[in-house]
Design a protein. Structure first.
Length: 90
């Protein structure tokens, strides 16, 4: 697979503070979101991957390392209930 990388800048509308964010294709087809200055326990500074979006067993999941000192993700979010087909119109 060809490596794809996108760089974006998040801007805080209240303070105008900016954070550069890289979005890249990770291993096994996952999408990795790497905000500048944020990371995970084992990555070198500037190469951290605190947010990963993955298709796992047919379901979309988000993994978040909200604490750089933890080995495992602090949050694993299954997006199954966010599917449009699951919307309750009542």
């Amino acid at each position: 697979m060809k490596s794809i990388k996108t760089n974006m800048t998040l801007v805080d509308i209240e303070t105008s503070k900016r954070v550069s964010v890289n979005i890249v294709r990770g291993t096994h087809g996952a999408i990795v979101i790497t905000p500048k200055g944020y990371g995970d326990k084992y990555s070198d500074d500037g190469f951290g991957q605190p947010i990963v979006l993955e298709l796992y067993n047919g379901e979309l999941r988000v993994y978040v390392w909200g604490d750089i000192n933890r080995d495992d993700p602090t949050h694993v979010i299954d997006l199954s209930n966010a599917k449009e087909e699951r919307r309750n119109l009542e």
